[in-house]
Design a protein around this ligand. Structure first.
Ligand SMILES: Nc1nc2c(c(=O)[nH]1)N[C@H]1C(S)=C(S)[C@@H](COP(=O)(O)O)O[C@H]1N2
Ligand SMILES: [Mo]
Length: 415
């Protein structure tokens, strides 16, 4: 530990020295030793005053995911991945939150004044809420991640946006579903709910009543403003730690039922094989190093802060471990802030690269003691022959390896 601190001091000293500044080029400091002033100013406009925008020098973007164009020729969106490699901190900027659609859909353009949420089925008092009704009820604000079951890494992927970009974390605000269900009065035997959105394919999912009552949120707020249309405006369900597809967007109906319903979603998306069907409900412990990650380039040996995100569908992240030698030695990473249940947790690890080829990995250990598995462990779990490169059946929460070559290039090291 002591030596790492020395490496960091050394690095800071070098960066701050005039010799270092000269290496940065003439624009960094003029001959007189003055710091540069702004090259230009941003003129105030009504748009910028009303709703700001990021610097033109910041160009990080989402990309279509899974080989399907978004938008397609009809203007439909499919899967869109978030640029995790550029993210600072643990909240995904709303404009960069990943987008998942089960069948591709035009994003519904809903007038909130006309929107209604109905709760019916096996309840004593069927209810219909306007948005105004919902906003008068007691609310909660919580950080939660969402992750699509399509968030699967393959060896063909280059960047962390491709391997892991179908997950994001936001601060969600709304009414606990339990508040609404208690008001409706769930009848004996009402053990499941079916939640449904407004589009043609309805995006309907079956959710166990125990989960619905535990912590699901009917959300109208996201990162301090109304939920965005791509995320379900004006209303969406958040099912903390549940597979992405359960987080029904453009929510209009919740029916209390007595069993799991084979909806279009459930039929077309979730697994029907009893051997792995249950794996579709909760996201396993997972983490990924975002800096340095695939496609990046280390400028040279020396000090680096390795950074990444960790999460688990079962609760809080308890620990994150990092290895820089391909899994021989593991060290505790530092967690940023207090980990929140079913939320991304940012971690970091101080590291000095000696310039030799190496392999970085991270693994998440959650509060119930689950440990993120390697790809080989997952393959073994599914009884895959040892002589094949390990592939992942079911959800992919396997450890992501990044290889660093002696030229500083960072590459996906999945076998
Ligand atoms: N109504 C509706 N809800 C939906 C979907 C959909 O197509 N329609 N897609 C689901 C899927 S597959 C995922 S992964 C998440 C994605 O949420 P996000 O787009 O806010 O990231 O929403 C879920 N909710
Ligand atoms: Mo999804």
């Amino acid at each position: 530990m002591g030596s790492r601190k020395t490496d960091r001091r050394e690095f800071l000293k070098q960066s701050a020295s005039l010799a270092g500044a000269a290496a940065l080029g003439a624009t960094a400091r003029s001959a007189s030793g003055q710091l540069p002033g702004p090259e230009a100013q941003l003129r105030g406009t009504e748009e910028l005053v009303g709703y700001g925008q990021r610097s033109r020098f910041v160009t990080s973007k989402r990309i279509p995911h899974g080989g399907r164009p978004s938008p397609d020729v009809f203007g439909l969106d499919f899967h869109i991945a978030t640029p995790l490699q550029d993210q600072v901190g643990l909240v995904t900027p709303t404009s960069l939150h990943y987008v998942g659609t089960t069948r591709g859909a035009f994003v519904p353009d809903i007038d909130p004044a006309k929107h209604r949420l109905m709760i019916h089925g096996m309840v004593d008092n069927p209810l219909v809420f306007t948005m105004e009704d919902l906003k008068r009820l007691p609310s909660v604000t919580r950080l939660h991640f969402i992750e699509c079951a399509g968030n699967r890494a393959s060896r063909r992927h280059v960047t962390v946006q491709e391997t892991h970009g179908m997950t994001s974390c936001a601060e969600w605000t709304g009414v606990l579903l339990s508040t609404l269900l208690e008001e409706a009065g769930v009848q004996e035997g009402g053990d499941w709910i079916v939640a449904e959105g407004v589009e043609e394919v309805k995006g309907a999912s079956s959710i166990p009543m125990s989960k619905a009552m535990a912590d699901c949120i009917v959300c109208y707020g996201m990162n301090g403003e109304p939920v965005r249309p791509q995320q379900g405006f004006p209303l969406r369900l958040i099912v903390p730690g549940g597979e992405g597809i359960l987080n029904v967007k453009w929510l209009r109906r919740i029916k209390v039922v007595d069993q799991f319903y084979m909806t279009y979603n459930d039929y077309g998306h979730l697994r029907q094989d009893p051997a792995d069907a249950a794996l579709s409900l909760q996201i396993g412990p997972k983490s990924v190093i975002t800096v340095p990650s695939g496609g990046q380039q280390l400028p040279g040996p020396g000090f680096y802060e390795v950074r990444g995100l960790a999460w688990s569908g079962a609760g809080r992240v308890a620990r994150v471990e990092v290895t820089t030698d391909g899994g021989r030695n593991w060290f505790d990473a530092d967690l940023r802030g207090e980990p929140q249940p079913m939320a991304h947790t940012a971690f970091s690890f101080s590291w000095t690269w000696d310039g030799k080829p190496c392999e970085l990995q991270s693994r998440c250990i959650d509060e119930i003691g689950q440990v993120q598995p390697s790809r080989a462990e997952v393959a073994r779990f599914w009884g895959q022959p040892e002589d094949q490169p390990p592939s992942v059946k079911g959800q992919d929460n396997s450890i992501q390896p990044w290889r660093i070559d002696s030229d500083g290039g960072v590459h996906n090291a999945i076998a």
